[in-house]
Ligand binder design. Structure first.
Ligand SMILES: Cc1cc2nc3c(=O)[nH]c(=O)nc-3n(C[C@H](O)[C@H](O)[C@H](O)COP(=O)(O)OP(=O)(O)OC[C@H]3O[C@@H](n4cnc5c(N)ncnc54)[C@H](O)[C@@H]3O)c2cc1C
Length: 368
């Protein structure tokens, strides 16, 4: 078998890069061992928040902001191509404090962010409750990232797969065993079904990226960090926008479902929802919004964030010519999907990148 580009993994990164390459007229083959969107991409909360995640302004904040700026058009494009809704929802995100000291810390943070041009508004407890009357009445303050949003990752992953497929990308089920190298460059992959020759290879295998032989990733460049989620049902809807505290978050969907997340666990690739994890997630949810105590538990799940040592993604060219990375997105892979697609496809096509990928290069993580 032969193709212009072989993409390893059909999570949101693999599908989005494949979509852009197919739109540019390349023959693209996406190799997925399970079903598209099977792993982290369908397990995420779907929070699109550069402000809350990027502690300090800098290249990572800029990357997150560039991706958020693309999101509405990206969602509309996917909906047009796939004829499916992706659940994009504005209204901003709210970071909350439940005591006075916490409120002061948030206000100081907002001042710093405002100084760097990040759009954020400081609210007192009453103003928070006017926006979200379903929160704990003792909330002392918050900061509101007005322009931020959320999306439903399960719908997004499905729509991305359909959009890439309809745009000409082909999908093949099966495991990639290794990236094949020849004459100092990547020349394809060895797959369950045999050798696939490719002009370029994209590693987008999420938390499993370092397990693909020949990846060229330095030790520890990507590791799994487990997160557990509980999905509750509220009728009528209790919340209308994403809310955070220091320890976790609630992500409301338009139909009243509320995702409660999440743990950050270093347990390797051990799957599972645990009593301890679930109780921590639910305790935090009830602390933020006590009325959730009456909500039905619809579902629980866990999956793995593909975590890099600094939390930044690993994007662009590998040391070996012909090999490219779209991995290591850690807690922000849903947010960073549109910019990843544009930047990694540009690198493969030899076009000017929409952002400087230097800070996100694998080189920052040390020698192999
Ligand atoms: C609980 C939780 C909550 C999260 N919340 C958010 C959030 O609110 N906002 C946000 O922006 N991000 C969030 N994230 C992070 C986000 O989900 C990830 O960063 C993102 O989904 C990574 O996408 P991916 O395509 O790289 O990985 P994945 O979706 O994991 O896809 C990788 C794919 O590669 C396939 N694969 C692996 N190895 C092979 C192989 N050898 N051969 C063939 N196929 C292979 C897998 O089957 C899988 O389908 C969250 C993650 C978790 C776990």
């Amino acid at each position: 078998m032969e193709t212009d580009v072989a993409v390893i993994g059909a999570g949101v990164q693999g599908c989005a890069v494949a979509l852009r390459l197919a739109q540019a007229g390349r023959r693209v083959l996406v190799l997925e061992r399970a079903v598209p969107g099977a792993e982290a991409s369908s397990a995420a909360g779907g929070i699109l928040s550069p402000g809350v995640e990027a502690e300090e302004p800098g290249p990572f904040y800029d990357l997150c902001a560039a991706s958020l700026a693309r999101y509405r058009a990206f969602a509309e494009e996917l909906e047009r191509l796939s004829a499916q809704w992706v659940g994009f929802r504005g209204g901003g995100t709210l970071q909350l404090a439940f005591d006075d000291a916490g409120a002061r810390v948030l206000a100081a943070r907002a001042e710093k962010l405002l100084g760097h041009g990040v759009p954020v508004e400081v609210l007192d407890g009453e103003a928070v409750l006017r926006l979200e009357p379903g929160l704990h009445p003792g909330v002392r303050g918050g900061i509101w990232f007005r322009e931020e949003a959320s999306v439903d990752p399960r719908l997004l992953a499905r729509a991305l797969y359909v959009a890439a497929h309809r745009s000409g990308a082909r999908f093949l089920t099966g495991q990639v065993l290794r990236i094949a190298h020849g004459k100092g460059r990547a020349v394809g992959v060895d797959h369950d079904r045999g050798r696939i020759e490719a002009g370029a290879v994209v590693l987008a295998a999420g938390s499993w990226s370092p397990l693909v032989e020949g990846s060229g990733l330095p030790a520890g460049a990507v590791r799994p960090v487990r997160g557990q989620i509980a999905l509750l049902d509220t009728r009528p809807p209790l919340l209308s926008r994403v809310v955070f505290s220091e320890k976790g978050y609630l992500v409301p969907r338009a139909d009243g479902r509320v995702l409660c997340g999440s743990t950050m666990e270093e347990v390797g690739y051990e799957r599972g929802v645990t009593a301890g994890g679930l109780s921590a997630v639910l305790a935090l949810a009830l602390e933020m919004a006590p009325d959730l105590a009456r909500a039905a538990v619809l579902e629980t799940w866990s999956n793995f964030r593909p975590a890099s040592p600094d939390g930044w993604p690993v994007l662009g060219a590998a040391a070996a010519p012909g090999l490219f990375y779209a991995t290591g997105h850690t807690r922000n892979g849903i947010l960073l999907c549109p910019i990843t697609a544009d930047a990694v496809s540009a690198a493969i096509l030899g076009r000017p990148p929409p952002v400087d990928l230097g800070p996100f290069s694998v080189r920052r993580l040390g020698p192999r």
